[in-house]
Ligand binder design. Structure first.
Ligand code: HEM
Length: 508
């Protein structure tokens, strides 16, 4: 008799042997890993974390109930708010849930976030899911690697962000002028969000590679840059969907995806080729360029392309998102507009420099508040690479430490954490720049991440967003919203406005 491809072995014997192997494994596991975990629990006073009440067998086994809700609310542009309402009501700030093959701990406790990103940094990696989703497009760059590969990337990237390089506002002014020229003067409607994405693309490419895509410059823009922008939006939007669906949507074949990834890659390859030629011709010019620095470390086209696309994502979408979200508010809130305009008028029409910008209090408050209520990176996660402890979240009051097992994912939801009334007061949901007069938050305010992987472009982004905002207000002292709709999410890998930013700007 042949059973399961094992000729001559009776099925009963196969079953008994399998059970015996399983039992032996369990005993071994309990004596080693299990014993170690029980000891960690005892020593740290860990308690169980609240388990999310999944619905149905699909929910219980794979978290399908939550994934379905995330996909639906994502389509409606309110996924992060739906998550906040579902997961973090009744003061529940940490919970355990299932998402396909991953066991996940979801938290909005600053102490836990600090542990994951800083004090227990070495216990976590970016995680398998992030690598699976991002690597086909982003390769091996600063956003997709851990350990020594990440350290190498970080060491290459950081020198770009000294104050001297960041504060090159003359370079940025060229692109701002192109933006100002693109705005109609005849009272017609313009979507500022489109222009902000063009602006940050043009300035990021110039800052990093010494050559701008010039998407906003009349006559200088190229077909390939425009195609790239569309393809980049497509792939980042799809990656975001794949992250939300925990892998479900990737199972469907998608020729459009393959085509767009190819456009993104070949655009990057062309920039690299040109930059390599340019690097040769500019030798000795002394100008620091990211790509030139990179070329000193590697000539590998795959590695170069990876870093290039990583930094483009970091530098372009984020600052554009911050500008669009902020200007959406400005177009709807004359009270905030008037206060900001008064501060800008204080410059007497002069272009601002680094020091002036740093002294503009109200502008800083507006940007802080924008990043609080519409954080451009609204949620994030890490995967435990060994058993570790989170300081809070366990027990009936959620104040006891909890055990995080190797392979578990800890997601921290900045959107929801930034809305906690116990930190921001009963008016936490209101956009109120004035709250920043007294507010000095710690880990409960985290638009740029914290710990060793803190955003390297923070100053650059704030300076760029401030400068563009000031120059726009100086050129157009009056604004009217041309859209009745409320702000909603547009989730790619980052967060911007799902209704764009449709306005009319007036020169007087
Ligand atoms: C409003 C604008 C920005 C926001 C809100 C923002 C936010 C963030 C956040 C939350 C992270 C952590 C991601 C993670 O570890 O999972 C990050 C990392 C990073 N950001 Fe930004 N960012 C902004 C602008 C920029 C700009 C303009 C650049 C560069 C031109 C930049 C470069 C980077 C880089 C290279 C990293 C990776 C750091 C690492 O892993 O070591 N960012 N950013």
């Amino acid at each position: 008799m042949a059973v399961l491809g094992l000729p001559g072995i009776p099925i009963q014997l196969v079953i008994v042997a399998s059970l015996a192997v399983f039992a032996l494994y369990k005993i071994y596991f309990e004596l080693t890993t299990g014993a170690r975990r029980r000891q960690m629990i005892r020593e740290n006073g860990c308690q169980e974390v609240y388990a999310y009440p999944h619905k149905g067998i699909g929910g219980y086994l794979l978290g399908l109930d939550v994934i379905k809700e995330m996909i639906q609310s994502g389509k409606e542009g309110r996924m992060h708010e739906a998550t906040r309402m579902r997961n973090f009501k009744n003061g529940r700030n940490t919970l355990r849930m299932k998402m396909m093959r991953f066991r996940m701990i979801s938290t909005i406790e600053p102490e836990n976030v600090k542990a994951v990103l800083s004090t227990k940094f070495a216990d976590y990696s970016l995680g398998q899911r992030r690598r699976e989703v991002l690597s086909p497009v982003f390769g091996h760059g600063i956003f997709t690697t851990d350990g020594s590969a990440w350290e190498r990337s970080r060491a290459m990237v950081r020198p770009n962000f000294t104050r001297q390089q960041v504060a090159d506002l003359d370079m940025f002014e060229v692109h701002v002028l192109h933006l100002l020229d693109s705005i109609p003067r005849d009272g017609s409607t313009i979507d500022l969000q489109d222009l902000f994405f063009g602006l940050t693309m043009d300035s990021a490419t110039e800052f990093l590679f010494g050559r701008s895509t010039n998407t906003l410059a009349p006559g200088l823009e190229t077909k390939s840059a425009n195609e790239f922008v569309k393809a980049f939006v497509y792939v980042t939007e799809n990656m975001s969907k794949n992250l939300r669906s925990s892998g479900l949507t990737e199972m469907l074949p998608n020729a459009e995806w393959t085509r767009n990834v190819k456009i993104v890659h070949s655009f990057a390859d062309n920039i690299i080729r040109d930059a390599m030629d340019q690097a040769k011709s500019q030798e000795g010019s002394g100008r620091y360029l990211f790509l030139h620095e990179l070329l000193k470390h590697t000539q590998d086209p795959y590695a170069l392309r990876s870093e290039l696309i990583n930094i483009l994502l970091a530098g372009r979408d984020t600052t554009a998102g911050l500008l669009s979200n902020t200007w959406h508010v400005l177009s709807k809130r004359p009270d905030i507009w008037n206060k900001l305009k008064a501060e800008v008028d204080g410059l007497g029409g002069e272009k601002p420099d680094y020091t002036t910008i740093k002294e503009m209090k109200y502008l800083k408050w507006v940007l802080n508040e924008s990043l609080r209520l519409m954080p451009v990176v609204p949620g994030n996660s890490r995967e435990a690479i060994r058993d570790t402890i989170l300081p809070v979240g366990g027990g009936p009051d959620g104040r006891s430490p909890i055990l995080v097992k190797k392979g578990e994912v800890v997601s921290y939801l900045v959107w929801s954490m930034h809305r906690r009334e116990d930190f921001y007061g009963p008016d936490a949901l209101e956009f109120k720049p004035e709250r920043w007069e007294k507010l000095r938050p710690g880990w409960e305010y985290l638009p740029f991440n914290g710990g060793p992987r803190i955003c390297v472009g923070q100053q650059y982004a704030l300076l760029e967003a401030s400068y563009a905002t000031i120059r726009l207000i100086q050129s157009f002292p009056r604004i009217e919203s041309r859209d009745e709709r409320e702000w909603r999410e547009w989730l790619t890998i980052t967060l911007s406005s799902g209704v764009g930013c449709k306005v009319t700007l007036f020169e007087k």
